[in-house]
Design a protein around this ligand. Structure first.
Ligand SMILES: Cc1cc2nc3c(=O)[nH]c(=O)nc-3n(C[C@H](O)[C@H](O)[C@H](O)COP(=O)(O)OP(=O)(O)OC[C@H]3O[C@@H](n4cnc5c(N)ncnc54)[C@H](O)[C@@H]3O)c2cc1C
Length: 338
């Protein structure tokens, strides 16, 4: 039997598992995907890296700043830009002075951070938790291969709407914990990754663009500017608004679901952005919490030791997930000791 099973190998789960391991606990991370990183996601396309989840890293706290500096020293993270331009009906505007601060990226894709954290952890990939039971002293997690994993404590770092169907029944004796998770709503997002003819010139202002009040597009970035092989072909990432994603989420044809984003980029910035040489679509059903809970993590000893963590507890970004993962490790250690 494990001391702790962490569900999810995103930022929160990995940083939590690392802390638990350092505290001498026997910890395993269970992840449904083949890789690690969760929404810090990178695809290998046409010989390059394309980030189709989180685009950049901002640093607010000293603790996260130290973590990012360590990753910089290891060349996993580098400075990307200080300028996120704003695109609105008024055109493309530079950021105001108070919004000019360093945004970081990963030259080999956002998943590089997760791969670094995963090093030396026990991670079981391609394994989805589909059910949860318990007796007086032990949790039993049921996997999609019908295996039973036994553990003294669970740290779940999956989005709140994915947590609920698994844990709702066993958490009946902990109603306030359950209500807190139930109050978190997530919104979806559609992402396009698109490669263009190398003859197209990309202005420096297009590196990172936040769209303001656009019904379809929320974000446009020149993704290949993050990666060392940027000269081969311009690759862009377009991300939709939540409103657009809600309508396109159930569209069975991915091309139809994604095409309006390309058209809109062509309309707003330059015609050639509507006609890439290749493109792919990814739909995030649970992209971001509408509002986070404003707590570092949630924990309960009833019915047994359980901690919920992730960006949706503490904020809506990688830094929030990092802090939530650290807090979850502390809570899990407390629960196991008491
Ligand atoms: C399109 C998009 C753009 C974003 N842009 C930015 C940005 O520019 N900057 C920024 O800081 N943040 C950004 N974010 C948010 C950022 O990606 C997240 O805040 C952060 O990655 C969340 O980490 P996490 O560990 O909390 O959750 P996740 O990364 O979601 O990790 C949860 C993990 O649990 C796994 N899982 C789920 N269910 C199960 C199950 N039943 N069994 C086993 N495993 C399971 C998932 O596969 C996943 O790996 C963006 C997110 C999206 C979707």
């Amino acid at each position: 039997m494990k001391d702790v099973i962490v569900i999810g190998a995103g930022m929160a789960g990995l940083i939590c598992a690392q802390q638990l391991k350092q505290a001498g606990l026997d910890v395993t991370v269970v992840e449904k995907s083949a890789g690690v990183g969760g929404r810090m996601a990178t695809r290998r396309l046409q010989g390059t890296w394309v980030d189709h989840g989180a685009q950049l890293i901002s640093v607010k706290s000293d603790g996260f700043g130290r973590f990012i500096r360590k990753l910089q020293e290891k060349r996993i993270v580098q400075e990307w830009t200080r300028d996120v331009y704003q695109l609105s009906a008024a055109g493309l505007l530079p950021p105001k002075d108070d919004n000019r601060h360093t945004r970081y990226c990963c030259p080999m894709g956002m998943t590089a951070i997760a791969k670094y954290l995963a090093h030396e952890l026990t991670i079981v990939n391609n394994t989805r938790i589909i059910g949860v039971n318990h007796n007086d002293s032990t949790w039993q997690l049921v996997t999609d291969r019908q295996e039973i994993l036994e553990t003294k404590a669970i740290v779940s770092t999956i989005p709140a709407p994915q947590f609920l169907p698994l844990f709702e029944e066993v958490l009946a004796p902990a109603p306030s914990f359950l209500q807190a998770v139930q109050s978190v709503k997530f919104v979806p997002s559609v992402t396009i990754m698109a490669g263009y003819n190398a003859n197209n010139a990309v202005p420096v202002e297009w590196q990172a663009i936040k769209c303001v009040n656009d019904p379809i597009l929320d974000w446009i970035s020149y993704d290949s500017s993050k990666h060392p092989d940027k000269s081969s072909q311009p690759v862009f990432v377009l991300q939709s608004t939540a409103e657009f994603a809600k309508q396109s989420m159930e569209e069975p044809d991915l091309e139809i679901a994604g095409k309006p984003l390309l058209h809109q980029a062509g309309k707003l910035l330059a015609k050639w952005l509507a006609t890439p040489e290749w493109w792919q679509v990814h739909r995030w059903r649970y992209a971001l919490a509408e509002e986070s809970l404003g707590v570092s993590c949630l924990s309960t000893a009833i019915p047994l030791a359980l901690v919920c963590a992730g960006d949706w507890c503490a904020g809506k970004n990688i830094e929030a997930a990092y802090h939530s993962g650290l807090a979850a490790a502390e809570s899990a250690i407390d629960l196991i000791k008491n």
